[in-house]
Design a protein around this ligand. Sequence first.
Ligand code: C5P
Length: 283
Amino acid sequence: MTVLELKSYAKVNIGLRIMGRRADGYHDLDTYFHRIELHDNIRLSFELRDETSVSITGNEGYMPSTATDLMEKAARLFSTMTGIRFHADISITKRIPVQAGLGGGSSNASTVLTALDSICGGVLSRDDLMDVSLALGSDVPFFTSGFAAAHGQGRGEVLEEIEAVDLPLVIVQRRGDVVSTREAFRMADEERRDRLPLPPWTTDAARWRNLYTNDFDPIQPILKDRDYLECASTALFHSTSGSGSSQILVASGPEDAARLTAMLEASSAYLDVIGTSFSKFIH
Ligand code: C5P
């Protein structure tokens, strides 16, 4: 039996333009993905067997819906593609909020897929791994790429590595503000917007507020809350991540992050506030 202890990181989007609806129902995007320090822990036990089976357990309060389905799907797709049969026992400690635009379920699926591949000696090519990832979900290829930060186009699978940044980050979600990705795209389709791509990437976060917008901003209820906006406007940059509903507030340093956290926590009892950071060095 092989046992691996893995970290499954979240991502945020810095800018996200919806470039258009495609014939297959998906949308072409233009976005900058950035991996962040916030992560779930996954313990994966692997044993060769005659038939493939997957069991998944999680910590208390963990909603075993989308993430469980995607991790199981990742393991079964890996088995089908390689012909390797096994039992995978997955235990997850969830910290990344679900359905929040932070890619938690996608990251979990990518972590399981790439871990199974490495346990089995790297049987799948990088192209195969990226194809399976896209079959699992639009955000999965970014995690599988291993890039700390990337320019994403297409559904999110056309990826080009960009320079990562090292800055503290505060993530905020108002309790109850949860919307499915599919529904968020439907609502965003009703908004008027231009279809201009994002300006080129810069690591100078002080310039982001003048450069990068997220087309899901107009459908975020929290961005109509004046108390929240008062706090957010003091950050170096603030924006929706992915299709929401989590908001990212970029701080200029650790003291600024502590100031933002205190300000947000004092502004409303209904905010979940998570302190984390961008990082170049995590893996
Ligand atoms: O790819 P994923 O399963 O994460 O997408 C969930 C839903 O979000 C899709 O069914 C689709 O409605 C919408 N979506 C989209 N265009 C994308 C990504 C997602 O329309 N690029």
